[in-house]
Design a protein around this ligand. Structure first.
Ligand code: NI
Length: 164
């Protein structure tokens, strides 16, 4: 396993649309294992493959306190949404920035696991927020796209300054 480098906003590679996974071979299993290692090391509660420069529809999540409930979603689709909730979100690709985002309260998602087996998950709360946040990454969308462009420009300036 290996810790992968996480791309940071405003890297344009974060804006790429991820392609679906069609083959469930060792290379997919290796990507998933490396993504879990990268997410746990950060530490973070979710990571999309696009954030480590792999534009495939692969997401890893663990919102448990002890970080012992790994969840992998491949080619995920939200098939039902209900209600609203607001949460102060962050992202490994936008370090040290936290902004309130409104999401659906309850969701049902259909996905494949790392073996290519399909499953359906209905959930709410933090896990529902996290899944919606990570699914956005698959279409090149970031949580800061929900805030004003003025605020987003300020964040961009701040992050570019930190890089120098
Ligand atoms: Ni993120």
């Amino acid at each position: 396993m290996a810790i992968l480098q996480v791309l940071h906003f405003p890297n344009i590679r974060l804006r790429v649309k991820a392609t679906t996974v069609n083959k469930f071979d060792n290379s997919v299993r290796k990507i998933v294992a490396d993504m879990f290692e990268t997410m746990y090391a950060a530490p973070g509660i979710g990571l999309a493959a696009i954030q480590v420069n792999i534009p495939q529809q692969i997401i890893v999540i663990d919102v448990s306190e002890k970080q012992n409930q790994p969840l992998c979603l491949i080619n995920p689709k939200i098939i039902a949404k209900e209600g609203k909730q607001t949460f102060e979100e962050g992202c490994l690709s936008v370090p040290d920035v936290f902004e309130e985002v409104e999401r659906a309260e309850k969701i049902t998602v259909e996905a494949l696991n790392q073996k290519g087996e399909s499953f359906t998950l209905s959930t709410d709360g933090l896990l529902a927020i996290c899944i919606q946040h990570e699914l956005d990454h698959l279409i090149g969308k970031l949580f800061i796209d929900y805030i004003s462009s003025l605020k987003r420009q300020r964040i961009q300036k701040k992050l570019l300054k930190q890089k120098r």
